[in-house]
Design a protein around this ligand. Structure first.
Ligand code: C5P
Length: 224
């Protein structure tokens, strides 16, 4: 069967990563979480006190960043490494989530991340999720999905996820973070979050992860 590129874009916490992981596994494709790259870069900037409004500091910092993904032998999930350190879990923290959209709006950061993402898609057979994958990273992807879910559902889902790891997190903090990221992601100058003209909308407000997967899989079958 011909290998294709599947892009999954959408607002924060609408289930993109859950769907992308499941779909990649069902298709025996590679899964890449492009948001993890922006989060890892943000973590590096925060740890090293890089001012992302200072272009030369950003250029210099980026030249010291190496990102790659490895599949965890136990969980079979792809995890991100920043300069050799597995940061898959630490990048999910709200401290990173609070700043990631500001960092992701910086031109040099996007140029670096997009080039790395495009390289990962060279051999096709990839499912990548993010905000600009169907519009900028892979504008010629065979299948583009724009995932949607009701905002209240998105907040509840993300709160559950974060609260399990950190019981101090409040629903208001999570709601504020999602609204802020969606606003910055949709209004930034470079590659704002948009539905690609040829993307198919999939609304999973009333669907289980399994039902969402089945719908997406049906879409893949129509592409082959
Ligand atoms: O997908 P996730 O919520 O982990 O992404 C974190 C942040 O990274 C987003 O809020 C957005 O600011 C940025 N991002 C982006 N472009 C992508 C993926 C993520 O700007 N393709």
């Amino acid at each position: 069967m011909r290998k294709i590129i599947v892009t999954i874009d959408g607002y924060s916490s609408c289930g993109k990563s859950t769907l992308a992981k499941k779909l990649a596994s069902k298709l025996h494709y590679k899964y890449i979480d492009s948001g993890a790259m922006y989060r890892a870069i943000t973590l590096y900037f925060l740890r090293n006190r890089i001012d992302w409004n200072d272009q030369s500091a950003v250029d210099n910092a980026i030249s010291n960043i190496e990102l790659h993904f490895e599949v965890n032998a136990d969980t079979k999930q792809s995890e991100i490494f920043l300069n050799g350190e597995n940061v898959e879990y630490v990048i999910r923290d709200l401290v990173v989530a609070e700043k990631v959209s500001e960092v992701a709006a910086v031109k040099e950061v996007r140029t670096f991340a997009v080039a790395a993402q495009q390289k990962l898609g060279d051999a096709k057979g990839i499912v990548m999720d993010g905000r600009d994958i169907g519009t900028t990273v892979f504008p010629n992807a065979e299948l583009k999905i724009f995932l949607q879910a009701d905002p209240a559902i998105r907040v509840t889902r993300r709160f559950k996820e974060l609260h399990e790891k950190n019981p101090a997190v409040t629903i208001e903090e999570v709601k504020h973070n999602l609204e802020m990221r969606d606003y910055i992601d949709s209004n930034r100058e470079i590659s704002p979050l948009r539905k690609a003209d040829d993307a198919i909308i999939l609304d999973n407000t009333d669907l289980s992860p399994e039902e969402t997967l089945n719908k997406a899989y049906e879409l893949v079958l129509t592409m082959k």
